[in-house]
Ligand binder design. Structure first.
Ligand code: BEZ
Length: 211
């Protein structure tokens, strides 16, 4: 069955470009992102991995460890990383899982046989410090993912985890956020000293608490 939000991210031990990794041990108490790529030496994947490397500081700032997976062997990953670094003007500094026996791809349901028998779709799983899945995204092989959106969702998830707020449609960093329904208006007024705007009893906003 497909993995769902709130499920524990499956654990595994796998060979990567940074040595053998046990996933849960490697995550420790951090947030994590595991994301799949259809195949090595493909153009869209090359740009995506380059973009992720360029955003290293952004992931680090949010305490998110990043790990990529594709079903090609380690020697192929190692050669491909040289191309990614060269063409995307960056240095890949996160592990890439060599999932040639498809262990990880199958655990995370990353192969959708009606799309492709052989390669993974572009999956993203964001995992919280409790090892639970907080976000899943699935893109087709032909569409590169929007990493600005991925960082935006991580910001939203971390605000919810830390402050009991949700984020409205198209929210970006610095804009007002929504008080979650579980918090009463009386408690919200105490909890959010920057003020609470009651648009409707069920729609209450407050300035972003960590700004
Ligand atoms: C790519 O990763 O570049 C790609 C893979 C499959 C179809 C189209 C593009």
């Amino acid at each position: 069955m497909a993995l769902r939000l709130g499920d524990i991210a499956p654990d595994f031990t796998a060979e990567t470009t940074e040595g053998t990794i046990n996933f849960h041990e490697w995550l420790g108490n951090s947030w994590g992102m595991i994301f799949s790529h259809p195949a090595d030496f493909t153009p869209v994947c090359t740009t995506e991995l380059g973009r992720t490397a360029q955003l290293t500081d952004e992931f680090a700032k949010r305490g998110v460890k990043v790990i990529a997976v594709s079903v090609d062997p380690l020697e192929s990953h190692t050669e491909w990383v040289k191309d990614i670094n060269e063409t995307q003007n960056t240095t890949v500094n996160f592990p890439m899982i060599a999932d040639k026996d498809r262990q990880v791809a199958e655990l995370y349901d990353m192969i959708h046989p009606n799309a492709s028998e052989k390669s993974t779709v572009r999956s993203v799983f964001i995992i919280g410090p409790d090892k639970k899945i907080k976000l899943t995204l699935t893109y087709p092989a032909s569409t590169g993912r929007n990493f600005t959106e991925i960082l935006r969702v991580i910001d939203s998830l971390q605000l919810t985890a830390n402050y009991q707020v949700a984020t409205p449609a198209d929210w970006t960093e610095g804009q007002d956020v929504i008080v979650v329904p579980a918090v009463s208006t009386e408690d919200a007024i105490k909890k959010f000293p920057k003020g609470v705007t009651i648009v409707k009893p069920y729609l209450r906003t407050t300035p972003q608490p960590n700004k």
